[in-house]
Design a binder for this molecule. Structure first.
Ligand SMILES: O=C(O)c1cc(=O)[nH]c(=O)n1[C@@H]1O[C@H](COP(=O)(O)O)[C@@H](O)[C@H]1O
Length: 288
């Protein structure tokens, strides 16, 4: 009889990857301007070459690769085919793939989005996906449940790195809590039973300065974009995240990608960034 083994939870897989490979997520964001900088055309062949170069350079050494779906979708079905190949090859080379899709819809449609990224039968099956909770946290339930069943993760937008985010995310509800604190509270409840790092993460920008007004102790990963092109640095992480810094997964796209297309330069840039992040985390832990 074939024994069905439950997949290891995403949180545990992520913790192991961060410990072994360094706490870093590199975004695959094939901007038209980056394609040009790399000497590539802004077409499907350029997209495929760019993406393959990043995957071959980094998937065997960084903890997480985060393809930004929009940059592939803009080329239609042929762009999605490039994305499908990238996801499979990155996972085969040992990286966890976090699909940056930022999906969010009513629950019945959310189930279709969940199936797209979190059902192993889907060509875009990934280790985790970013979602938007602004149709109500409960609308994310199909993704949260499928993630649990498949050993996958979900990252919900809480405090995004862009300045416009505050208008909604820091709005105060009738009970006095902000919208962002509400999202963080839901995620903490979701992770409460997890042994070690939970599988339900929050997106919290590294650009936001002191966030001590928010309870970031959600027992889940905190995806922290904003380092590099948006102005934050690894040295900012202790100020932004305080004691929660050990659960932070910093994410860098252009800050690493601008070093391509040379494979060695991409690898050096990612390694430098991971070292700087680790040093910042060690410094904060020494203070505690
Ligand atoms: O979910 C994200 O990844 C994300 C959330 C957020 O608050 N801010 C943010 O910049 N991102 C994504 O992170 C990447 C940042 O790219 P760089 O600014 O080039 O490092 C982009 O793909 C954004 O879509």
């Amino acid at each position: 009889m074939i024994q069905e083994t439950a997949p290891a939870p995403f949180g545990a897989r992520l913790r192991r990857a961060m410990d072994e490979r360094g706490p870093l997520c590199v975004g695959i964001d094939p901007h038209a301007s980056l394609l040009a900088d790399w000497g590539l055309n802004d077409d499907v062949a350029g997209l495929a070459r760019f993406t393959r170069t990043v995957v071959e350079a980094l998937a065997d050494r960084v903890a997480v690769l985060k393809p930004q779906s929009a940059f592939f979708e803009r080329f239609g079905s042929r762009g999605l085919a490039v994305l499908e190949t990238a996801v499979v090859e990155a996972r085969e080379r040992g990286a966890l793939v976090l699909m940056d899709a930022k999906r969010g819809d009513i629950g019945s449609t959310m189930a279709a989005y969940a199936a797209t990224y979190l059902d192993p039968a889907s060509p875009l099956f990934s280790d985790a996906v970013t979602v938007s909770p602004y149709l109500g946290y409960g609308s994310l339930r199909p993704a949260l449940d499928l993630a649990a069943a498949q050993g996958c993760g979900v990252f919900a937008l809480a405090l995004t790195s862009n300045p416009e985010g505050a208008e909604f995310q820091r709005a105060v509800r009738e009970d006095g809590r902000t919208v962002a604190a509400t999202v963080l509270g839901h995620l903490a409840a979701e992770n409460a039973a997890a042994e070690g790092l939970g599988s339900y993460g929050a997106v919290v920008g590294a650009t936001l300065g002191d966030l001590s007004a928010f309870d970031l102790a959600i027992n889940g990963p905190l995806l922290a974009p904003g380092i590099g092109a948006q102005g934050a640095t690894p040295a900012d992480l202790p100020t932004v995240f305080g004691d929660a810094v050990r659960n932070v997964l910093p994410s860098v796209s252009r800050g690493v990608l601008r070093h391509g297309p040379d494979t060695g330069a991409l690898r050096d840039a990612a390694a430098r960034c991971a070292d700087e992040v680790r040093a910042a985390i060690d410094q904060q832990e020494a203070r505690q």
